[in-house]
Design a protein. Structure first.
Lengths: 111, 154
């Protein structure tokens, strides 16, 4: 049975980022929120495929690494626009995701 | 004030204002590099080639044409394109963000190649390629947006 609820995970990631950014969240939201949703969707997808025996740990790791690179690209763009706290906020969101995703899937995919 | 004196003062004021404008233009500080059309055009072209490749790999999954070994050339060419862009971006002053974005893209293409290689005879099935394709587009989008923002002076 699936444990990861993608909507709830994305919301928890956003809450962690808001905690760091506070007033600057509206400027970051348009970039970060779709990526939190995408990461949560991929994590839920990997969990379902693992349960169905359709994915290996190595494949899952590569998929998550590409997702992480996309988030890093968002951080680079935001920092260039002067939003220096974006990196700390997105890392806080990833820390929350790592705890949930790694425990649910049983593979060390994040963090 | 005579008319001649008045005209002379106006001329001097106009000359001073013009000089001030020229000095201000010359002293404009650039914190980010200028828009680079080659980067914009090359990354957009590469995105199109990656799009076409991902779609064709899903169609060819499970056949010999869809294996990593049959498609090594695509990865070699893509990496060569990105490395050439990195060299160009490095040579442009105040362009570190573009260099960093291109390095992240290079890393993702390497991950995609590994994903493909480890899939063996299955190739890049829709299960694996679908989410990866969407995320790669985020990276391409970030690089293109970053370049276009320079054009708009952001």
């Amino acid at each position: 049975m699936a444990i990861i609820d993608p909507e709830a995970l994305a919301a928890q990631m956003a809450a962690a980022a808001i905690g760091v950014l506070k007033g600057e969240w509206p400027k970051v939201r348009a970039y970060a929120e779709p990526q939190f949703k995408e990461l949560a969707r991929i994590a839920a997808d990997i969990e379902a495929k693992k349960l169905a025996g359709k994915i290996t740990e190595e494949q899952a790791r590569h998929m998550m690494k590409i997702q992480r690179n996309a988030l890093d690209s968002v951080i680079i763009t935001l920092k260039d626009e002067g939003l220096l706290a974006a990196e700390k906020a997105i890392n806080a969101a990833l820390e929350v995701a790592a705890g949930i995703v790694n425990a649910a899937i049983g593979w060390q995919l994040l963090g | 004030m005579t008319e001649a004196t008045y005209i002379s003062v106006r001329r001097r004021a106009w000359t001073a204002a013009s000089l001030l404008c020229m000095v201000m233009l010359a002293c404009t500080v650039h914190f980010v590099s200028d828009y680079d059309e080659v980067t914009d055009r090359t990354i957009t072209d590469l995105q199109g080639r990656v799009e076409a490749f991902m779609l064709s790999m899903v169609d060819a999954a499970g056949t010999p044409a869809g294996t990593y070994d049959s498609n090594k050339a695509f990865y070699t060419e893509s990496k060569a394109t990105i490395l050439t862009m990195q060299s160009r971006a490095t040579a442009i002053p105040q362009n570190q963000s573009t260099v960093d974005l291109l390095k992240k893209l290079e890393e993702s293409i390497n991950e995609l190649a590994e994903l493909h290689r480890e899939a063996g005879d299955d190739g890049l099935t829709a299960d694996v390629a679908g989410p990866t394709h969407a995320v790669l587009n985020v990276q391409f989008g970030a690089i293109i947006k970053h370049e276009l923002d320079k054009k708009r002076g952001k």
